[in-house]
Design a protein around this ligand. Structure first.
Ligand code: GRG
Length: 293
């Protein structure tokens, strides 16, 4: 069996190839198309599609079914980052190591690229030749719920409103479960459902996704602090500078690390109770919890 790093690289290559192929099929005005390709070709870890495919492979070897849902998920994630970077939201200059889309092109283009990627995700699923009608409905339902006001959009709203506010840990975790966790959970549920998991298995894997999403977010906060902290270990990350609540700010550095370890343990427990034989999911807990970017 290849190492988890090699497994991830192989999946990234597969996803990138399919993403680029499907985006190149789009008929769009040339500058809009150029901006879409700029966003898609900038890289990114592709963790959500990897998670969807890995979960799917715990149940089935017929990978075709998982391809369009995996690409759709990455399109939605990419849209969310483009909109998150806009001046009205986080006002960021850099994303994935290059100028944000609105800096490279302009704000209107960035809004439209985001809108275009989001709608293309649903076009891809609804017209996928590899999915049955019932499967399409399930995938569309999961993706729309996870990315809409019940999920990512709602979480983003709460996050923006919480800026400069004192919030409690349970409020912070609600923000992150919606903003970041919902898409991660959707990746796992869609992979499990399409692979043929039973309803109790989907339920356990949903819990797995819940704790994996929180693990991902605490690590994101820790990376933000550790990337920017001075030699005294002072909390100086960019989210902190913008006066956003983060786990290290609420719990201290060690407290946040302890919290992350608890979430990782709970994710592992949920995986074990699902009775799925896909050890890659266990390895992905470590990848999510210990990633360095
Ligand atoms: C604009 C509706 C709307 C939502 C934005 C996801 C999000 C909601 C904002 C991103 C802000 C942020 C940096 C959140 C921290 C967690 C996160 C989603 C990090 C980026 O995801 P990665 O690390 O990115 O998977 P790559 O570039 O590897 O795809």
């Amino acid at each position: 069996m290849v190492t988890i790093n090699r497994f991830i690289i192989n999946k990234q290559k597969l996803i990138d190839k399919k993403l680029i192929e499907l985006v190149e099929e789009l008929e769009a005005p040339s500058l809009l198309k150029e901006a879409i390709e700029y966003a898609i070709k900038a890289g990114g870890k592709r963790l959500r599609p990897i998670l969807l495919m890995s979960t799917y492979e715990g149940f089935s070897t017929e990978l075709k079914k998982a391809t369009h849902p995996a690409v759709a998920l990455e399109l939605i994630h990419t849209y969310s980052l483009i909109h998150d970077d806009l001046p009205a939201m986080d006002d960021d200059d850099l994303r994935r190591g290059q100028p944000t889309l609105h800096r490279q092109f302009d704000e209107a283009t960035a809004i439209l690229v985001g809108d275009g990627l989001l709608t293309y995700a649903f076009q891809l699923i609804s017209s996928s030749p590899f999915l049955e009608a019932e499967e399409k409905v399930y995938v569309i339902q999961q993706l729309s719920q996870a990315s809409g006001v019940n999920g990512m959009v709602g979480g983003q709203y709460l996050d923006l409103k919480a800026e400069n506010e004192e919030i409690e840990e349970h409020e912070l975790s609600t923000i992150h479960i919606k903003k970041t966790g919902a898409l991660i959970q959707a990746a796992i549920k869609i992979g499990a459902y399409l692979g043929g998991a039973t309803p109790p298995q989907i339920e356990s894997l949903q819990t797995f996704g819940y704790y994996l999403g929180l693990t991902f977010q605490v690590q994101d906060d820790l990376l933000d602090v550790e990337g920017d902290s001075n030699e005294l270990g002072k909390l100086t990350g960019s989210d902190l500078a913008r006066n956003k609540s983060t786990y290290p700010k609420l719990l201290g550095l060690q407290g946040a690390k302890d919290q992350k370890n608890q979430y990782m343990d709970k994710a592992k427990e949920a995986y074990l109770s699902s009775n799925v034989n896909q050890p890659r999911l266990l390895e992905l807990i470590n990848v999510f919890g210990n990633r360095s970017n």
